[in-house]
Design a protein around this ligand. Structure first.
Ligand SMILES: Cc1cc2nc3c(=O)[nH]c(=O)nc-3n(C[C@H](O)[C@H](O)[C@H](O)COP(=O)(O)O)c2cc1C
Length: 351
């Protein structure tokens, strides 16, 4: 028998504009936050230690779903042990023109060129401050804050790029259980050039320094998120650099610009145009990048596995390959609100 969510997805969500569907689904999740919070408490905690923190369980919601930190606790109620908000940029920006989010149903995939639409560091920082004040230290999900470059800041002016990131750190680090620098989105022109170690290293060192200046009562763990499209040698170079400068972890991976091996008609793929591809077609390369990283850094860094994780078997394969934590986004769209619990339970049953 088909799951009720499959019927809803095929009959309703798949027929409306993907960005509108996202907004409506997210609004429904937020509206149901008291119910999901109660339901969330019925999920047994399966704590995981990583990044020097205790995570309620191994699975998090990847960046991009809650860009503006408006639904952290409602999302956690569905079973996610951590929520990575963002990407947040130094300045607020509208993102790319719509439409900018597309489904490839035959591939259980999504193409997005959102372009970091977000409220900016200052507004998101105030929102996180209000949440912290309202919760008064109550336990909850781990909150990761993913930051990235404002579009108008030129990627070849590293001083300006650093300044832009420092603004985000100033406003957001105090509320971040961990920080992620995202240099791997394909939708901000030039952003991925920052993955070259000669640019990445000074940027991450500056973010580290600034986080230590802004937050003095604890060390905010710092992670970098990389693209699956890096050549293997470049993945290894990032791994070496991350160890050399004392980074805490690496997230592998962001979306891909590759369109290889898709089942969807090529005319449809061409019509959609540029953007990052996520979901099923990404599974293999993300796993491969994770394996490369694990081989290079061993247990010295926390590795966050993300990209096409859909089934319990996918999640286990990622853990077997050395991931300390897992994240997902596209499977949550296709599989629905029960997906995080199913993964968390499925994984812990055999571990
Ligand atoms: C619509 C959409 C928006 C995204 N926005 C961001 C973002 O702002 N920052 C980021 O680091 N990753 C972003 N991602 C990438 C995801 O966090 C994740 O790395 C990627 O989708 C692979 O995981 P998945 O196959 O489980 O979706 C976005 C993904 C999607 C589908």
């Amino acid at each position: 028998m088909r799951k009720p969510y499959d019927v809803l997805f095929d009959g309703v969500f798949s027929k409306i504009d993907p960005e509108k569907a996202h907004e409506q689904a997210f609004a429904a999740i937020r509206a149901g936050r008291f119910a999901t919070a109660a339901w969330g408490r019925t999920l047994k905690p399966r704590p995981v230690s990583a990044l020097g923190l205790e995570f309620p369980n191994v699975l998090g919601l990847a960046a991009g779903f809650d860009k503006n930190a408006v639904g952290i606790d409602a999302l956690a109620g569905l079973g996610f042990g951590h929520i990575e908000i963002g990407t947040v940029t130094g300045e607020a920006q509208p993102g790319n023109p719509k439409p900018r989010l597309f489904r490839l149903l035959d591939d259980r995939a999504v193409v997005n060129r959102m372009g970091f639409n977000n409220d900016g560091a200052e507004v998101v920082g105030r929102r996180l401050a209000a949440r912290a004040a309202a919760r008064k230290g109550k336990s909850g999900p781990v909150v990761g804050v993913n930051i990235g470059k404002t579009k108008v800041v030129p990627d070849d002016d590293i001083a300006a790029v650093i300044k832009d990131h420092e603004k985000s750190v100033d406003h957001l680090a105090p509320y971040a259980d961990y920080l992620v620098v995202n240099v791997s989105s394909p939708n901000t022109p030039g952003l991925r050039n920052l993955q070259a170690v000669e640019k990445l290293s000074p940027l991450l060192e500056a973010v580290r320094r600034r986080a230590d200046e802004v937050v003095t009562d604890r060390r905010v763990p710092l992670v970098v998120k990389i693209a699956p499209d890096l050549a293997d040698d470049d993945v290894l170079a990032v791994a070496d650099m991350a160890k050399a400068i004392g980074l805490d972890g690496i997230t592998a991976t962001n979306t891909t610009i590759s369109r290889e091996g898709l089942r969807s008609p090529s005319a449809r793929v061409a019509e959609i145009g540029a953007g990052g591809l996520s979901g099923r077609p990404l599974t293999e390369r993300s796993l491969e990048v994770l394996r490369l990283l694990k081989g290079r850094v061993g247990d010295d860094l926390t590795l966050i596995g993300v990209g096409g994780i859909t089934t319990v078997a996918d999640a286990k394969a990622r853990l077997d390959a050395g991931a300390d934590l897992l994240q997902g986004y596209t499977a949550f769209i296709y599989e629905g609100p029960l997906w995080p619990r199913a993964i968390v339970r499925g994984v812990s049953r055999t571990r």
